[in-house]
Design a protein around this ligand. Sequence first.
Ligand code: ATP
Length: 207
Amino acid sequence: MFRLENVKYKQILHIDHAAIPERKTTCIIGKSGSGKTTFIKLLNGLISPDAGEVYYKGKALSQLDLIKHRRRVIMLQQTPSIYDGTIKDNLQIGRSFSNLDEATDTEMKKALDCVNLHKELKSTANELSGGEKQRLALARILLLKPEVVIMDEPTSALDEETAHEMMQKILQIGKDKGQTMIMVTHSKEVVEAFAESVIEIDAGRVR
Ligand SMILES: Nc1ncnc2c1ncn2[C@@H]1O[C@H](COP(=O)(O)OP(=O)(O)OP(=O)(O)O)[C@@H](O)[C@H]1O
């Protein structure tokens, strides 16, 4: 689904070749500072390589409309963006960015349930804890229909048990929708339990 050929980005990444399969869960692993976040930013076009090319379904990203690309390839950043307003506002804003109709209250409550966030839709989003904000951002993604979901350490602010349970649900939902899931993780347990493909980055290179 993704292919990187001779990609260079600053002094940070030098990728001769890497590929990510469609409709599978791929984990990106590697030490802190090795270039994992930079790697996934290249995939959704948040940054562009200085040399080489990233291909999505055989098309060079440099030739694609990146705004449209980012609706198909959604990225959940390490520190999620939470906007002023209620939980409901924060869920709807994702829908509107993706040009989708508003979600119903029932759909929103179901998404919150999936990520074990048991709060009222009218609660103020910025009063949530760090882990709760992370789960709200995940729920926002559950209400969208991307082809690819990229997550940067999605459960770093959660305890192990909650993290595992939630990942299981999110990845299952992704599979049911036929989505490709890509996830940066430091957790060996997550890799063992969920990875169908693994890319290890070591000092900016794929091992
Ligand atoms: N815009 C930038 N300009 C220059 N250097 C950068 C930039 N962004 C990141 N870096 C550096 O590139 C290296 C890789 O960063 P990156 O965030 O991709 O690592 P990471 O593997 O995701 O780390 P972590 O696991 O700690 O999140 C780091 O040394 C970082 O300081």
